[in-house]
Structure formats: C-alpha cells, structure tokens
Design a protein around this ligand. Structure first.
Ligand SMILES: *[C@@H]1O[C@H](CO)[C@@H](O)[C@H](O)[C@H]1NC(C)=O
Ligand SMILES: *[C@@H]1O[C@H](CO)[C@@H](O)[C@H](O)[C@H]1NC(C)=O
Ligand SMILES: *[C@@H]1O[C@H](CO)[C@@H](O)[C@H](O)[C@H]1NC(C)=O
Ligand SMILES: *[C@@H]1O[C@H](CO)[C@@H](O)[C@H](O)[C@H]1NC(C)=O
Ligand SMILES: *[C@@H]1O[C@H](CO)[C@@H](O)[C@H](O)[C@H]1NC(C)=O
Length: 536
C-alpha cells in the first residue's frame, strides 16, 4: 500500500506491474505547508481506487436493441467491474470509481439507447438499497448489480450509466421536457459500502451526446463517507466549465470523483495532463477513471492529490487492456474549516448540507511582490500558429538561455529559460492565446504554453508531440485576468512532473518555476479559464 502523510516521500515506492507509471513529486510550496505540522487533515488517509476499463462495445450502437439484448451486453462489462471491485477490495480500497459510459458504451441515438436505460430514483427523496430490496423497482438490473458490488466488497462505489426520468408533457409552460415525455441523462451513481444508493448526478456539459439531455437544473451533488468526509461528483467535459466543477470547489468540496471517456488532445488537453492540472489548480483530489479504447484515443487515468499523482497512461504498443490503480491519499478538509468527524448519512446523504463556503483552491502561495519578470524584454519576432484550433502567438526559444515575452492583446506570457540539454533537432516555442475557443465547445481562455514543435518549421508549433529530449530550467509567468489557472508539466512519453513552485500575486500574475527535469519537455502550460466570458 502506498503511504501518504508526513510519509509523503515514500510515494516514490512502486507497486504492481512495472509498466505502471507512478509519479509522486512534491511541490515545495505544498511540502512546506504540510510536513511538520500536526494537521489532522494530513494525518488521516484513505485508500482510493480508479479502474481504467477497456470497454466491450455494442458494435452497432445506432440500431435499437431489446432490453434483453442490452442487458446481455452490459453484463459483460459488469462482469469485469465485479472482478475489479474484488481486486480493489483486496488491496484495501475504500472507494472505487469506474469510467463514464463504461457499462453501456457510446454513440447511441436518442432512441437506440432505450434498452439500456433504467429509471434511477432520487436518493435525496428516498432511501433505497437496490441490493437488499431488488423488488422495489422493475427494470433496475444494472443499479442492483452495482449496489451488490459495493455491498459484497464493502466499499463505496461510483459508476456511470444512462438514466431515464419521465417528465410532464406540458405544452402550456416552457418546460424543458422533450417531446417524447422523457429525459435521458448521462448519470453517475454512488453507493455506500452496504449498497445504499447515496448519490445520483446528471451530467451538465454534454459533449455531442445525441442520446442524452442536459438536466433542467444544474445539479451540485455530493455524498459523505465515514473515512474521508465529502466527495463531489462530475463527469468528463464538465471539468472544463464552471458548473458544477468550480461550484463544488468553491463550496469547499475538495475530493472530486470524475468518471470520464476522455479523448486525448495534445499538446494541451491530454487526459493525465489536464486532470493533474485541475487537481493542482483547484488544490483538490481528483479520482479520474477513463475508458481505454485506442481507436477513440481514450486512455489515461489517475488518482491526483495536491501532493501526488498515481496515474497510468498507456504508451504505443502497450496491450489494450484495463488497469486498476490504488493509492492511499490524504483526507482533504475544507480549507479554513475545523475538522469534524463525518457521519454516515442515510437517505439524503447526497444532499449538500454544509453551508461552508471557503476561498479554497485557485490560490497558490502568495508571491513576494518583487517578481523579476516585470521588466522583461518584449520585442522578439513572433509568428502565429494554430494550437488546439486556436491562433496562438509564438516566439522561438532558440538561444541557449533567454528571457522572452509574447502577448496576445494585453495578455502576456513571460519566460526565463536555460537549456539543460538542448537537442538542436528539436524546436521549441512559447505561445500565448487570449480569446474564445470555439471548436468542439465554447470556452474562453488565457493560456501560456511552452511547447515542443512537431518539426523544425514554425507552422508545426502547436501540433501533437509525444516525445522530446530537450530539458530546460524555467520560470513561466502570465498576467491572468482570472484566478482559475491550471498548471501542468508534461514530459516525454506522457510522464508528468510536479512544478517545483507555483505562486500567484494579488494582481493576477501566476508564476510556475521548474528545474532539473527528469525527461524531455513536451508541454509546460498555465491554462487559464475565463469562465465569465464563455457566453460572449
Ligand atoms: C458514431 O457513429 C457515426 C455514425 O455511424 C460515425 O460516423 C462516427 O464515426 C461514430 N463515432 C464514434 C466516436 O464512434
Ligand atoms: C414489475 O413488473 C411486473 C410485471 O410487469 C408487475 O406486475 C409489477 O407490478 C411491477 N412492479 C413494480 C414495483 O412496478
Ligand atoms: C492546498 O491544500 C493543502 C491541503 O489541504 C493546504 O495545506 C494548503 O494550504 C492549500 N493551499 C492553498 C494555497 O490553499
Ligand atoms: C532565433 O530565431 C530568431 C527568429 O525567430 C532569429 O532572429 C535569431 O537569430 C535566432 N537565434 C539563434 C541563436 O538561432
Ligand atoms: C490574439 O491573436 C490573434 C491571432 O494573431 C488575433 O487575431 C487577435 O486579435 C489577438 N487578440 C487580441 C486581443 O489582440
């Protein structure tokens, strides 16, 4: 088992299969605030598990199937879940998370998914243990099996499945009820270790999912556990938006459960890269379970805390298979709130009851106001190249060391760098982008990124790169107009490094400092989200 706490350093210990990528680096900023203090939050730990599932798909998802056939298909995935729940329990897991779409699959139409739907009762309205009371609702085989998995293995379990809720066809009001009189939701369900259904969350930000509806009202859903207090729920694309992800964090929920079917998108939005960045930026623990499906570029799962990352990202040629990750992690208390023993709740455990609102997350250690970057040079030749479909303004990083600045409007990124190992067959650039991203979703950004360009010509800057040899020490800074900045450092072959230091100044400047990289740099990024501009 992996130990955390003042023993954080022993996270270096490897376990299980040798191909597993365990990285647990400590940012000095966090280390300083944790080790040596008698913070009860850090003394208490729990064991979390996520399962990256190689999904068995329905080969013809757009063709409707009977309930019988849909169940037969789903039972194949549930058989694997059952084996993994037992393995997780053997390793001491107290909570286990399965990925989005992991039981039914994807690419259904609104009607072809019908056989896969169950009507999941609202745990805030009634208390139901599907394993011990299977007769209460018809047509709930999947919910029942998941509940029994939690119960038989004595662990909390979160899975994702499709939910059907009948709705009133009332044409006189501006109801959001679809014309067929039912809502169909992409849904997380959470079970207590005795099988009780404790939470149900309907995905807010759908990503081109024609079989599903957006819930009529935003759902901010949490549940309590006796071993670690409160957990919040969200799903995949939700992580890029304010609701409910940031709402949860700003209400002081610091442990988030994140089933996903994440399609990797380098250089800025690979699974492990962005999930790790979210955990650091919001100062939360993220339990991220992804699908493994190479054809759809889905891979990369992890257990990310502000202090450590236990993750797996398959590399080219690795067999396409599932992967269970288990790690002991610290309980994170709501910041600025006294420790109080969490009690097991009955029905309604999914309700957000605490009125605690903290300014947790989104603030690193305050920087001393004497940033050396104030008076950097500004006139380097720039060029524009498309990265993630956005026009980034770039400057080359072709000197042995340098101090460069690149701006997009008033948003500027400033970099001091020194190569430790410069491979002249590799071109690097610093890019800045401030604006609205509009491809596959609308979201407003301010981004500073150091990238390795795919080739030696500048038009290749921003393209997908997975390997690199060059290493640099650097100080990267952006003058952000948002406090929501997600930092990440991705090195060759999908290995993460933990930034050595992160600071935020009162004026919005965010600084990430790093040195002595262990592998070649692929991307170092400060990903700022301007949530308030998403609808403009
Ligand atoms: C989903 O189905 C459509 C239509 O059959 C197909 O064109 C598309 O490639 C599929 N997408 C995925 C991700 O499988
Ligand atoms: C379940 O279905 C059976 C057969 O259709 C029906 O007799 C029974 O009333 C249903 N039970 C519930 C709880 O709806
Ligand atoms: C981040 O979380 C840790 C652990 O709860 C806490 O000690 C630290 O003060 C937090 N950092 C910030 C900047 O809020
Ligand atoms: C770096 O590139 C710039 C053009 O972007 C050029 O003016 C400069 O001479 C180059 N420096 C080196 C050391 O190659
Ligand atoms: C940012 O850069 C793009 C590409 O050069 C440009 O079209 C856009 O106007 C710039 N934004 C601002 C605010 O200057």
């Amino acid at each position: 088992m992996i130990r955390v706490g003042a023993q954080l350093l022993s996270l270096w210990g490897r376990k299980q299969e040798e191909t597993m990528l365990f990285v647990a680096l400590l940012a000095s900023v966090y280390l300083a605030s944790v080790v040596g203090e008698t913070d009860p939050a850090v003394d208490s730990t729990y064991v979390a598990a996520v399962y990256e599932h190689k999904i068995i798909l329905n080969p013809n998802p757009r063709v409707p199937v009977s309930r019988h056939d849909a169940l037969q298909h789903m039972q194949k995935n549930l058989d694997i879940y059952e084996e993994q729940a037992a393995r997780a329990a053997q390793q001491g897991a107290q909570i286990l998370v399965f990925p989005e779409d992991g039981i039914h699959g994807f690419n259904f139409t609104r009607s072809s998914i019908a056989g896969y739907l169950e009507t999941i009762p609202d745990p805030q309205q009634e208390s139901w243990n599907p394993c011990t009371e299977p007769g209460r609702y018809n047509n709930t085989e999947v919910v029942q099996r998941l509940s029994c998995m939690a119960r038989h293995n004595n662990l909390y379990l979160v899975a994702n499945m499709p939910d059907l809720q009948p709705c009133p066809l009332d044409t006189s009001t501006s109801s959001s009820c679809p014309p067929d009189g039912r809502w169909q939701f992409n849904t997380n369900v959470a079970f207590r270790s005795d099988g009780l259904l404790v939470a149900r969350y309907h995905k807010q930000k759908l990503f081109f999912e024609e079989s599903f509806d957006t819930p009529p009202e935003l759902e901010v859903i949490t549940f309590d556990t006796p071993f670690a207090g409160k957990f919040g729920l969200f799903i995949c694309f939700d992580i890029l938006f304010h609701d409910p992800a940031v709402v949860l964090v700003e209400r002081g929920v610091r442990q988030l459960i994140f089933p996903t079917a994440w399609m990797n998108a380098l250089p800025l939005l690979d699974s492990v890269q962005f999930h790790r960045a979210f955990s650091l930026g919001a100062n939360v623990t993220l339990l991220a379970a992804n699908i493994r499906n190479d054809e759809r570029i889905m891979k990369g799962s992890g257990i990310y805390t502000p202090f450590s990352a236990t993750y797996h990202h398959a590399w080219k040629g690795d067999p396409e298979e599932g992967r269970l990750l288990v790690a002991r992690v610290p309980v994170l208390e709501p910041l600025g709130v006294k420790h109080n023993t969490a009690k097991e709740e009955g029905a309604g455990g999914g309700k957000f009851t605490s009125s605690v609102a903290t300014d947790s997350g989104y603030c690193y250690q305050e920087s001393c106001d004497d940033s050396s970057l104030d008076s950097g040079p500004s006139s380097y030749p720039t060029f524009v190249s498309s990265m993630m479909s956005d026009p980034f303004t770039f400057v080359h990083l072709n000197e042995t060391e340098g101090d460069v600045k690149v701006c997009n409007g008033t948003f500027c990124c400033h970099l001091q760098y020194r190569w430790l190992l410069q491979d002249h067959k590799e071109l690097y650039a610093l890019g800045a982008f401030a604006g609205l991203h509009v491809v596959d979703g609308r979201y407003a950004l301010q981004v500073c990124a150091i990238v390795r360009c795919a080739e030696l010509d500048q038009s290749s800057c921003g393209q997908v790169v997975e390997e690199a040899e060059s290493k640099m020490d650097f100080l990267l800074e952006g003058n952000f107009d948002t406090k929501y900045v997600y930092p990440s450092i991705l090195t060759s072959r999908m290995i993460l490094e933990q930034p050595e230091n992160l600071e935020k100044a009162a004026d919005g400047r965010v600084t990430m400092k790093h040195s002595n990289m262990k592998a070649g740099l692929v991307t170092a990024c400060l990903y700022g989200r301007m949530y308030h501009l998403d609808n403009e």
